[in-house]
Design a protein around this ligand. Structure first.
Ligand SMILES: *Cc1c(COP(=O)(O)O)cnc(C)c1O
Length: 228
């Protein structure tokens, strides 16, 4: 890999990064992302890096050539080793429409998660993975902690309920195995984590179906504990 060395680029605190992957709080049509900065001096470098290392935005170049005849509208220079991370018009227009729905998406996800927390509070063997707090937050998934996670996944699958295990600790992947690590807590807790559905269009019936079966599993688990 080639290290990126853009002029004046310092990492840490100057940028915000956003993912518009299809599973996030909003999407730009399947995938995409955004980088923001509050510092004007980085904007040009970011634009250059995101588009083949070109020194000028093609549209700007064309506009300028109309004003000053000396500039050739087709001319460009490569000034950095760049990428092709530009957003297409189609993605941008989907993103603009999604942005209008963002408040609704966030509200619905919060409602769903609050409902889960309230409905599952009496479960003995399952609990929310985190102390969820709804002030100024926009959760996009809800994670449960359960000692019999894999059985829970299988049980929910048999009831047509989709789950996933999000973000496996890196040292468990073959590529990173060779690095020394000490993440005992992560490895222990990760085995108990599972996410359950939180999509904004989830209706009451679907939500109740999930809650019902998570509770049944908890009850079954409780009975197993007693009988074994
Ligand atoms: C979404 C997400 C990613 C991946 O984002 P991309 O837009 O695919 O680069 C990585 N890490 C975390 C924690 C995420 O939530």
């Amino acid at each position: 890999m080639v290290p990126i060395k853009a002029k004046n680029l310092v990492l840490g605190g100057d940028f915000g990064c956003f993912s518009f992957q299809e599973i996030k709080i909003m999407t730009t049509g399947g995938d995409g992302g955004m980088i923001s900065t509050n510092n004007k001096k980085y904007v040009k470098d970011l634009k250059t890096l995101s588009y083949h290392g070109w020194d000028q935005d093609p549209l700007e170049r064309h506009k300028k050539s109309l004003n000053k005849n000396k500039l050739k509208h087709w001319n460009y220079s490569i000034t950095a080793l760049g990428f092709k991370y530009n957003m297409t018009d189609l993605m941008a227009i989907i993103g603009m429409v999604q942005l209008k729905k963002l408040k609704y998406f966030n509200r619905r996800r919060s409602e769903i998660i609050k409902n889960y927390i309230k409905s599952l509070k009496d479960c003995k063997f399952l609990k929310p993975a985190f102390p969820y707090s709804f002030n100024n937050s926009s959760y996009w998934m809800f994670t449960l902690r359960c000692k019999k996670r894999d059985e829970l996944i299988e049980y929910l699958k048999s009831k047509n309920i989709a789950t996933t295990v999000y973000i496996k600790p890196l040292p468990l992947h073959p590529l990173y195995k060779k690095y020394k690590f000490k993440i005992n807590n992560s490895l222990k807790i990760w085995k108990e984590l599972v996410t359950i559905p939180t999509y904004p269009n989830m209706n009451k019936k679907q939500l109740n179906h999930v809650i019902k079966h998570v509770k049944i599993f908890d009850q079954k688990f409780a009975n197993d504990q007693i009988s074994s």
